[in-house]
Design a protein around this ligand. Structure first.
Ligand code: GLC
Length: 566
């Protein structure tokens, strides 16, 4: 792969800003599906390196790559066999180092995924544990337990996996007889680590240093609320007290993040910790963001809400209120590699997201979904805090309904084939309008997951020169977000524009102001006088925001829209 043509004239000042993460736009790369540099049909680090100019032009401050480590890929790489080596499909450690440094030259920081809750069942520690005796030191790095019942054939607990089904698998002793059980909150290929064991803590700190020393700007922490477990492994009571659940959001998990924060802060340019924190209770969520813990966590509450003004307004309000006391920036996330793409979701009758209700064959009006996803892009990019963008959302890709025979995701299998799983949002990106893989891989090569026949219509090539495309909208929004001081700070005030409209002002009279209006009603809404349209999710005619549309406005008089509500 040839050297990358990055734009050397781009200002590098932001790279010296240690608070960069507070208002960053962070782009999630799913490396197997981003761009294939070596022509085997699987995306790789060479492909990401070659696409840095694209990311630079899009205007993102950082990339977060889902796990790139050696792995048997039982769960898309979230089953790590070696935290210090790169999966050979993706490249080598040299490629990873080159990517980190080339991205940096392009003004883009690199965040990697750390998977601390579990390892792959092919990890040397687990092999060692299986070969060792019950009660041995090697087994105590995991959760091995005898079964219940006379012959030990009953699982130690009845805990149910987030991936459905059981959380325990029975081992065989060297003599072939059934032995102890081990805990896996996800698949049997992902045994849970015992975070009470000093080796587990020491190893992860060493892994963090390994990557921090290689220049990564931070880590996204997988399944961040699951690490600490009650060593008694009790059955689940129907109403566990906050912080006392056997394995979710236990109070003692915070200890781990305090020590990681100290490590992250020990670098001249402090590293950033991002948590995957799925918790319904805002105060419990915000506790992870105290000033000596994580820098930020994904705001899944907002992501899962339906496309409805009251629901979104409430989520924004709850989010801002929860973050204020801990001083951490909120994050705004429309999707990721685990959830249904926004264009498809927002075009459905039920527009909220829940893992449990995923099914094949749910109808979606993609034109409607696309209009709403465009409005959602402007809404999220205008809110204070950090914007996360999942690869392909800038192209408005829909979820792909794949035929069951090509699906690789364990969520599909473990649901008995009812849940289509998560591969539908992981289909390789279309870069060109035509070709065997729409430019994802060299011509003549097919992508590892089948791409829809009309994928080229959504390609970068088809959209780059079209001012009305989703890609152009994202580029314009990210450019304004970067250049407008009003969008960088924390100033935020709701404006009253009626129950169906989300309207707020960013900035101050000193720093300049921008107002954002999102119309979730069924009638067009007039743009108030004294405002100039900076950016709109649709063509503005008659000075109106269309239903499912959004605009960014610059007030050109001192008059607010209709007076603040708070
Ligand atoms: C996280 C990841 C998901 C993975 C799971 C188990 O939720 O985002 O993709 O399957 O953890 O590691």
């Amino acid at each position: 792969m040839s050297a990358v043509a990055v734009n050397p004239t781009r200002p590098s000042a932001p790279l010296r800003d240690t608070g960069w993460w507070r208002h960053a736009a962070i782009y999630q790369v799913y490396p197997r599906s981003f761009a294939d540099g070596n022509g085997d049909g699987v995306g790789d680090l060479a492909g990401v390196r070659a696409s840095l100019p694209y990311l630079q032009e899009l205007g993102v401050d950082a990339i977060w790559l889902t796990p790139w480590y050696a792995s048997p890929l039982v769960d898309g790489g979230y089953d790590v066999a070696d935290y210090r080596s790169i999966h050979p499909d993706l490249g080598t450690l040299d490629d990873a180092e080159a990517l980190i440094s080339e991205a940096r030259q392009a003004g883009i920081r690199t965040i990697i995924d750390l998977v601390p809750n579990h390892v792959s069942s092919t990890h040397p520690w687990f092999a060692e544990a299986l070969a060792a005796e019950p009660g041995s030191a090697a087994r105590s790095r995991f959760w091995f337990r005898p079964g219940r019942g006379e012959d030990g054939s009953l699982r130690p607990t009845a805990w149910i996996s987030d991936f459905r089904g059981e959380t325990w698998t029975r081992t065989r002793n060297p003599d072939g007889r059934p032995g102890e059980w081990y805990l896996h909150l996800f698949t049997p290929g992902q045994p849970d680590l015992n975070w009470g064991h000093p080796d587990v803590r020491a190893e992860h700190e060493a892994v963090l240093r390994f990557w921090f020393d290689r220049g990564v700007a931070g880590v996204r922490i997988d399944s961040a609320v699951l690490l600490a477990k009650d060593p008694e492994l009790p059955e689940l009571s129907s109403t566990p007290e906050p912080g006392r659940h056997p394995y979710v959001d236990r109070d003692d998990v915070h200890d781990i993040y305090r020590s990681w924060r100290a490590l992250a802060d020990s670098y001249t340019e402090p590293k950033v910790l991002v948590g995957e924190v799925w918790l319904p209770e805002p105060a419990r969520f915000a506790a992870y963001l105290r000033s000596d813990e994580l820098h930020m966590a994904f705001n899944f509450d907002f992501m899962a809400r339906p496309w409805a003004a009251a629901a979104l307004r409430e989520s924004i309000e709850v989010t801002l209120t929860a973050h204020r006391p801990v001083g951490a920036p909120p994050t705004w996330v429309l999707s990721n590699h685990d959830v249904t793409r926004p264009v498809t979701r927002y075009g459905r009758e039920e527009t909220s997201f829940a893992f449990a209700t995923k099914r094949f064959g749910v109808a979606s009006d993609l034109d409607l979904g696309r209009r709403r996803a465009r409005a959602a892009a402007l809404l999220t990019a205008a809110l204070p805090g950090v914007l996360y963008l999942y690869q392909g959302d800038e192209l408005g890709l829909p979820e792909v309904e794949l035929p069951p025979e090509v699906i690789t995701d364990p969520m599909h299998f473990r649901s008995g084939g009812v849940d289509p799983g998560r591969d539908g949002c992981r289909v390789p990106l279309p870069w060109t309008a035509n070709g065997s893989s729409f430019g994802f891989a060299p011509d003549g090569v097919r992508a590892w997951l089948p791409q829809p026949r009309d994928w080229g219509r959504c390609s970068v090539e088809a959209q780059a020169g079209d001012p009305s495309s989703m890609l152009s909208l994202y580029r314009a929004a990210l450019a304004l977000r970067r250049s407008e001081p009003a969008l960088a700070g924390t100033d935020f005030a709701w404006l009253d524009a009626g129950p169906d409209v989300l309207a707020f002002r960013r900035g101050s009279s000193d720093a300049g102001e921008i107002e954002c209006l999102v119309n979730l009603g069924e009638e067009p809404v007039p743009i108030p006088p004294g405002h100039r349209v900076l950016l709109a999710s649709h063509t503005v005619t008659d000075n109106k925001v269309e239903p499912d549309g959004a605009v960014w406005l610059r007030p050109i008089t001192a008059e607010p829209i209709t007076g603040e509500t708070e």
